[in-house]
Design a protein around this ligand. Structure first.
Ligand code: HEM
Length: 231
């Protein structure tokens, strides 16, 4: 909480400086951007800037680095999957999607229903779907990681890491109006790491235990000792 307080203070003071003296950076763009909402144009105030800054720092950092770390651990644990990428690097874009599905860096988010909805809930045995009713104002916990292992969507191989998986309709970036703003950047980051390792002829190899961080929101890798061996 103290670190979060420091981060917000830093964002607000830097934003105030950038308002007076813009530089070539994201905060200057945000500070000086004009937002039109319901016909009214305004600039982001300090609270909005701080919230958006925190959003970018957390959303764009915790997620991608844990996707990359988790993906490299998965590949280190399955040298056959790494070999498939060596043999056929055109699989890299599919591997990126599988890493996103497999690691599901955002484990869950809590949302609040704004209207009453009734949803069909498919059944594993193929019988007619059950129905689930969610009332307006109900809290709804979205379990992205759980959805990404759903045997109804991914079949018998849902629990297998398959760098050639297609189709792969994972929900790692959510869906609908709030679909992840940084999805394209995140995909590039993961692809660049894979391509760089393949170009260098290096393969990830685990040399110790993996420790995950205890969080209900981010699937974080706290510690993993990995060597990059000549493939
Ligand atoms: C592997 C990497 C990433 C994953 C797994 C991820 C996941 C998600 C998820 C699950 C959501 C919520 C979607 C929903 O409510 O349906 C989200 C929203 C968002 N993400 Fe990401 N994200 C990633 C990378 C990034 C990056 C790199 C950025 C920015 C640089 C970013 C910025 C955002 C923002 C701003 C939102 C809110 C969008 C909105 O509410 O309209 N994310 N992300």
């Amino acid at each position: 909480m103290a670190a979060m307080g420091d981060m917000v203070t830093e964002l607000i003071t830097t934003a105030a400086r950038r308002r007076e003296d813009p530089a070539a950076d994201v905060l200057s763009e945000l500070t000086n951007a004009e937002v039109t909402l319901d016909g009214v144009t305004h600039r982001l105030d300090d609270t909005e800037l701080a919230m958006f800054g925190v959003q970018l720092v957390v959303a764009g950092n915790e997620t991608t680095r844990n996707a990359i770390a988790g993906g490299l651990i998965a590949l280190a644990q399955r040298p056959d999957q790494w070999q498939r990428l060596v043999d056929d690097p055109t699989l890299v874009p599919l591997a990126v999607e599988e890493i996103l599905r497999w690691t599901s860096p955002v484990v869950s988010f809590l949302r609040t229903a704004v209207v009453d909805v009734t949803l069909p809930v498919p059944r594993l045995d193929g019988a007619a779907p059950d129905e689930l009713t969610i009332a307006a104002n109900d809290p709804v916990l979205l379990l992205y990681g759980e959805a990404n292992r759903d045997p109804i969507e991914f079949g018998d191989s849902a629990d297998l890491f398959d760098v050639g998986r297609t189709p792969n309709h994972h929900l790692a970036f959510g869906f609908g109006t709030h679909f992840c703003l940084g999805a394209a950047l995140a995909r590039i980051e993961i692809r660049v790491v894979l391509e760089a390792l393949l170009a260098q002829g290096r393969m990830p190899s685990l040399v110790g235990d993996v420790r995950y961080s205890p969080s209900q929101i981010i699937a974080g890798v706290e510690f993993a000792e990995v060597q990059f061996l000549p493939a």
